[in-house]
Every structure is written in C-alpha cells, then in structure tokens.
Design a binder for this molecule. Structure first.
Ligand code: ADP
Length: 169
C-alpha cells in the first residue's frame, strides 16, 4: 500500500473514496464536513438521513458510507473523530478506530485509492502531531490486499509539515 501526502481541498481529490470527519449526527457541520456536503450536493445528506433513520447516530470511532454525489469519488466514508478532552488514552484509541474502520469499509467496497483528511485536528482540537502519528501508524499496520494507495490530504501547512516529516517524504 502506497502512502502519499498532499496539501489540498479533499473535495477536489480524485480517489475511489474520500473520508469525511463527520459528527455523530451525520447531518453535516463545519470544516471538512461542511465542505464535502456543499461540494457533493444533497444526495449525500439524503443518504446520511437514511442511515440515521435506520441505525441512529454514528458512534465516535465508527464509520458509515454514502454516495459521493457530485464529487469525483465513488464513496464518502463518514467517520466520527473524538473531541480532544484530555483523556489521551481514550482519544488515541478512538482516533485509531476511525482510520481502521474507514479502511475496513473501504476494503469491503473494493476501494483502491482512499483519501483521508486530518480527522479531529480542526474543531475537535486533537493535537496535530499525535493525531498524525496515530493516523500513519494505523494505516501502516492495516493488512489489505485491495487498497493500493492512501492519501493524507492536509489542508493547513502545519499538518503537511508534520506528515512529511513523519513519513520522510
Ligand atoms: P474535526 O471536527 O474532526 O476536527 P474539522 O473539519 O474541523 O474536523 O477539521 C479536520 C481537518 O480537516 C482539519 O485539519 C482541517 O484543517 C481540515 N479541513 C477543513 N476543510 C478541509 C477541506 N476542504 N479539505 C481537506 N481538509 C479540510
């Protein structure tokens, strides 16, 4: 599995699946969530509402998928990152779950290329360096025959620098 880092708007990325840093309501929000719903159109929200009606809220660390609507990806994988609240051990575990569960879902969907934003490092205030370590570690330890490439899509310079340093690229 190849790992790449780039600085971009994830809604513009060509990948089979892009991951959304959603919230438990699945009904959209600010940050990358707002950008994905805005660019992808109402088909995404309609599927999110259908999921809500079926299973209720999405728990932190879990992942669900919908169409990508108007985006060039085939799927949006919505995962709910932890809000940084100082319980480091729990937050680390939940963030790792986000990456792992998104990759598991991607594998089931025969996704070859998946793009992740820096989950929890915006409004949810997870420390960026720690979040990047968890993201990279979880992706590197994920066993898959199907996924060929993981893109870490950084939106801010700070995250880009951290990922490039940790990955030696
Ligand atoms: P969270 O609530 O999980 O912290 P945010 O959307 O606030 O989610 O932030 C997660 C990360 O997504 C942050 O690093 C933020 O800079 C980044 N981000 C915001 N908009 C975009 C976008 N359009 N494409 C990629 N990343 C984005």
């Amino acid at each position: 599995m190849k790992i790449e880092v780039l600085r971009a708007d994830i809604t513009k990325i060509k990948a089979d699946a892009i991951v959304n840093a959603a919230n438990t309501s699945l009904l959209g929000g600010g940050g990358v969530d707002g950008a994905i719903h805005k660019a992808g159109g109402k088909a995404i929200l309609e599927e999110c509402i259908a999921i809500r009606n079926k299973q209720g809220k999405c728990a932190t660390g879990e992942a669900v998928y919908t169409t990508a609507g108007n985006l060039s990806a085939k799927f949006v994988i919505h995962t709910v990152g932890p809000v940084w609240n100082g319980d480091q051990e729990k937050c680390e575990r939940l963030l790792a779950n986000c990456y792992r569960n998104s990759l598991l879902l991607a594998d089931q969907l025969n996704v070859k290329v998946i793009a992740f934003p820096n989950i929890s490092t915006g409004i949810y205030k997870f420390p960026k360096e720690l979040a990047a370590k968890i993201a990279i570690d979880t992706v590197k330890h994920f066993n898959t025959a199907g996924i060929e490439k993981v893109l870490f899509v950084c939106f801010d310079e700070g995250n880009e620098e951290i990922y490039k340093r940790l990955l030696n690229v």
